[in-house]
Design a protein around this ligand. Sequence first.
Ligand code: PAF
Length: 275
Amino acid sequence: MQIIRDMAALRQARRGLPGTLALVPTMGALHAGHLKLVEEARRRADRVAVSIFVNPLQFGAGEDLARYPRQEEADLAALDAAGVELVWLPAVGDLYPDGFATRISVAGVSDRWEGEARPGHFEGVATVVAKLLIAAAPDVAVFGEKDFQQLAVIRRLAADLALPVEIAGVPTVRDADGLALSSRNAYLSAEERGRAVALPAALGQARRDILSGWEVRAALAAARATLDEAGFGPVDYLALVDAATLDPLDAPRGEMRLIAAAKLGSTRLIDNLAV
Ligand code: PAF
């Protein structure tokens, strides 16, 4: 497995990789969900590259940039065991050299939900993902559906900039009790971890209610009550949305997704479910 830290070496390594390449962009602190992305990448291309970069541009003031889990040695061991050919660990100054002034903003699909709760977040994501895709020049890039709005933003970005890369989404990997795997689950105390399952449970309950004919508003209110009871708060959003535009729906229509973000103690969790 090649371990690359600077852009010039990446370009050279990329030229030396025969066949098609799949890139899995990550911020490290890898778990079974990331390894599922690697598996999908392996299915779709001859070679697999993974980037690990905790992107300061996508963290707002007061967010968890400083304490975001970093475990480079364990991540590299897991990727080596998974048969990854190349790992790229750019330095902040390599992606954002002095004077870096460009931001990529994806209007519309970025505006609501995470975009509203975390101003500037998607601009940071779109900017770094564009840089990663341009530099690594993969044939396919693989992202998790766990960050469902992020996936929609990246699809829009790739289409609008005509980037010659296919964007692939992979279903969320969950613990046995239903909690979506996330690097941020490490922030939960054991007691909070027990209650965190209320988030996927509330989404599942809303899905059942909507599919059995409840009004969307009533189903969302019942799901919110489940979160309140479990001690979540504040709930940033809990909504039924169009799966492509992320526009809110007040009645079932077309491809839909239930999405939610809420705090449990000091940890902010997000999740979503296809309906
Ligand atoms: O989902 C993530 O881990 C990050 O947002 C990404 C896509 C690697 C960009 O920093």
